[in-house]
Design a protein around this ligand. Structure first.
Ligand SMILES: Cc1cc2nc3c(=O)[nH]c(=O)nc-3n(C[C@H](O)[C@H](O)[C@H](O)COP(=O)(O)O)c2cc1C
Length: 330
């Protein structure tokens, strides 16, 4: 996720994830053109900390040679375990240049990008698509096109570009894509909790899921999924764990962006305290802090307050189906 799944976030997920073997982190997209031009900010975004691996770097762009060259440069410098091409982003500033979801309307260009990238890299290449541009059945033909061009994996977000984030992700459509191709398929869209992950796997028959917003403020989601898959009840996240994780994430964020990174960290604070009773008055103060020390002081205060008043308890992040699922699994 752009501006979210940067190195600091991916390191945080890795730090809290117990069974790392089944979790692959996808980095936020970067512009292939900016990589090839040597744009310093973009190049910094492609650096990988050893603790983030295995990791997939996502690229966006529409020129096959530029996409291939950007992937070749990144692989030579940072050796990600895979690359992903964004053919699903619906945002105007991306699609107006035939990037993102616009590539679903240009299968010839999509094929050329995949072929050139495959020839330029030695690691797997995955493609992220939507159900279609405006017609939700477009993904069925497009998935074949991608597979035949040589992609190793497809992730499908079950909404069209025109839908943006409206409506819901059509998991039945994703199931049809899974049936239509022989390469692995990941289901995406509205899989925000561990129980929903099990539902999505059942309903789509996919090889895995891609979780986006569900991991914001909840880097523990991958443990929760692992627990449910193993018929264990996921452990609740204690206030201490939450606060320690936020502090660690903040330290990674400041390491990446410098002390002024406190300002861009605010969006993560909002996610971490979403649905946490009693956090509101602290949240307002957290959003005016300008130094890492101030944030840490308020977090310590929150912890003390939480212990004193038995407040700041988190709402159960799990879907009501969780218990039922566990019984069924047993
Ligand atoms: C803030 C934000 C940034 C995103 N950036 C990207 C991106 O860089 N690349 C991408 O493929 N999808 C991106 N997405 C889309 C998500 O990967 C995902 O397809 C979508 O949010 C639906 O999944 P979810 O319901 O699990 O969030 C972004 C979504 C959000 C909310």
């Amino acid at each position: 996720m752009a501006d979210m799944t940067d190195s600091a976030f991916c390191r945080t997920v890795r730090c809290v994830t117990q069974d790392t073997s089944s979790v692959i982190v996808f980095r936020e997209m970067v512009s292939a053109e900016a990589v090839v031009r040597g744009n310093e900010k973009t190049l910094n975004m492609t650096q990988i900390h050893p603790n983030e691996r295995p990791i997939v770097q996502q690229l966006f762009g529409s020129d096959p040679d530029t996409m291939a060259e950007a992937a070749r440069l990144i692989e030579a410098e940072h050796h990600p375990e895979g690359f992903d091409v964004n053919m699903g982003c619906p945002v105007y500033k991306i699609v107006h240049n035939f990037n993102g979801a616009a590539l679903m309307k240009e299968p010839g260009l999509a094929i050329a990008i995949i072929k050139k990238m495959k020839a330029a890299i030695t690691v797997p290449l995955s493609i992220k698509i939507r159900a279609g541009w405006s017609n939700p059945t477009e993904c069925l033909d497009f998935a074949h096109v991608i597979e035949e061009a040589g992609a190793d994996l497809i992730t499908i977000h079950g909404r069209t570009k025109v839908q943006g984030y409206a409506g819901s992700s059509d998991w039945d459509r994703i199931a049809q894509v899974k049936q239509a191709v022989s390469i692995p398929v990941l289901a995406n869209g509205d899989i925000h909790t561990a129980p929903l992950t099990l539902d999505a796997l059942d309903q789509t028959g996919c090889d895995g899921v891609l979780i986006a917003r569900g991991a914001l403020g909840n880097p523990w989601i991958f443990n929760q999924i692992g627990d449910l898959l193993a018929s264990r009840t996921p452990a609740a996240i204690t206030l201490r764990e939450r606060i320690e994780t936020i502090k660690r994430h903040l330290a990674f964020h400041v390491e990446q962006y410098g002390p002024s990174g406190v300002v861009t960290f605010r969006k993560h604070l909002s996610w971490y305290f979403r649905g946490i009773e009693g956090a509101k008055r602290f949240k307002e103060r957290l959003h005016t802090t300008t130094t890492p020390g101030e944030v840490e002081d308020i977090l310590d205060e929150m912890f003390a307050d939480g212990l004193r008043n038995n407040a700041l308890s988190s709402r159960d992040a799990l879907h009501p189906m969780a218990t039922q699922r566990l019984f069924m699994a047993k």
